[in-house]
Design a protein. Structure first.
Length: 399
């Protein structure tokens, strides 16, 4: 299993909390977006051409030696707001993805595009559907208009509902809705209302994240003297979200992700990340990973386009993960999920046997309600997820 990620770094307006690689372009800049689509397609084609290259030495350095390109079974178009692209530009991009898949004989099981409410219409959604996109991810964040305004979102809840209902009418039957906890001014009452509203819509997937104040954002300047919520309040929102959604029948399969029937609707693309699978990233700031080698494209949008147009390598960072870093990632990413970590994987991949100190630690975690385990694996409870960074640091020191 491998994934293909395509980054479209444009949105109508950057939100007050956003530190992603994106730039607000208002109603659109056809010249800029068309140039970016050209570059994304050119980068994709370069990866494709090297996958057929006869020179093994040259091929190894492209996309972190992504030799298993024919294993790609998920595509995720993210941003930014990919749905900001007009129909003709998106059609060109999706056609390129289709050529990429066809020439490599790919069987795409899950094809996701991120959308913002108010940026899609029937023509766009029908186009997505016609090119095989079978999963939508709507960035809502809250059903409370005051909270949406605080976050700097471009839409109202009513506008979200219109986009959501339109997507259903076009035939999309796998939709994710992004929600946010610990929004400035949020209360348990307003969060409860948001959760009730979203549950009533019966989406197949919900992602629920706590607000993080990131440097370089308007919120960072506004809350430089302290976050709008303390840890206890934030934790209460996390627990409330967990209880409401699991009571409604959602599987809480990863710290921030819930699926109606995990085996059917868990996000395959993201599961590949958490399982440290291979993936290739296209576009500015996009990351690729292959067998312990990770590379990241430059996140400077104009520089990225200049590099692509001149045939210059877009890599800004390249890292060969040593044994210790890979072990940390296996434990950290594995314990983000409800499946946890498998002891035999540690033994096969890192020649590690579970020692007495480790066993005593996980027994202590179980007694505190932070984890559970059986003979084959260890996993964290929702209470353990909340303090996962602390727990994982302690575990790593014992193995």
């Amino acid at each position: 299993m491998s994934g293909l990620y395509i980054h479209v770094p444009f949105c109508v307006r950057k939100c007050n909390y956003c530190d992603f690689c994106s730039v607000g372009i208002g109603d659109g800049d056809d010249v800029l977006t068309e140039r970016m689509v050209d570059c994304i397609i050119k980068e994709m084609d370069s990866v494709l051409s090297v996958s057929h290259c006869c020179d093994e030495t040259d091929a190894k350095d492209v996309a972190d030696r992504f030799e298993s390109i024919r294993d790609i079974d998920t595509v995720f178009i993210g941003g930014g707001t990919p749905s900001i692209l007009p129909v003709k530009q998106m059609e060109r991009l999706l056609s390129a993805v289709g050529r990429f898949a066809h020439k490599n004989g790919l069987d795409i099981k899950e094809f996701t595009i991120e959308c913002n409410p108010g940026t899609v219409d029937e023509d766009k959604l029908s186009l997505y559907k016609s090119f095989g996109i079978n999963r939508l991810s709507f960035g809502l964040q809250s059903a409370n208009d005051d909270e949406l305004k605080t976050l700097g979102r471009i839409h109202t809840y009513k506008e979200f509902l219109k986009s959501y209902e339109l997507a259903r009418s076009v035939g999309f039957d796998n939709i994710n809705i992004d929600l946010m906890n610990a929004i400035p001014g949020q209360t348990k009452k307003s969060l409860n209302k948001t959760l009730d509203e979203i549950i009533s819509l019966e989406p197949e997937h919900i992602s629920a994240y706590s607000l993080i104040i990131e440097e370089g954002t308007p919120f960072y300047d506004k809350y430089v003297d302290g976050a709008p919520f303390d840890e206890d309040e934030d934790r209460s929102f996390f627990q409330m979200t967990h209880e409401k959604l699991t009571d409604a029948g959602f599987d809480h399969y990863e710290i921030s992700n819930y699926a109606k029937n995990k085996s059917t609707y868990a996000c395959i693309h993201n599961l590949n990340y958490w399982n440290r699978g291979n993936y290739i990233g296209i576009g500015p700031a996009a990351a690729s990973h292959f067998n312990g080698i990770r590379k990241t494209n430059t996140g400077e949008i104009n520089k990225y386009m200049d590099y692509i147009e001149s045939g210059t390598d877009t890599t800004e960072e390249k890292e060969i993960l040593d044994r210790e870093k890979q072990l940390i990632e296996v434990v950290y990413l594995g314990l983000r999920t409800s499946d946890g970590i498998v002891f035999d994987d540690l033994k096969r991949g890192f020649a590690l046997d579970i020692n007495n100190a480790f066993k005593n630690k996980i027994l202590s975690m179980k007694n505190e309600g932070l984890a559970d385990y059986d003979e084959s694996r260890l996993w964290l409870t929702p209470s353990g997820w909340w303090v996962s960074d602390y727990l994982i640091t302690e575990l790593i020191e014992l193995i």
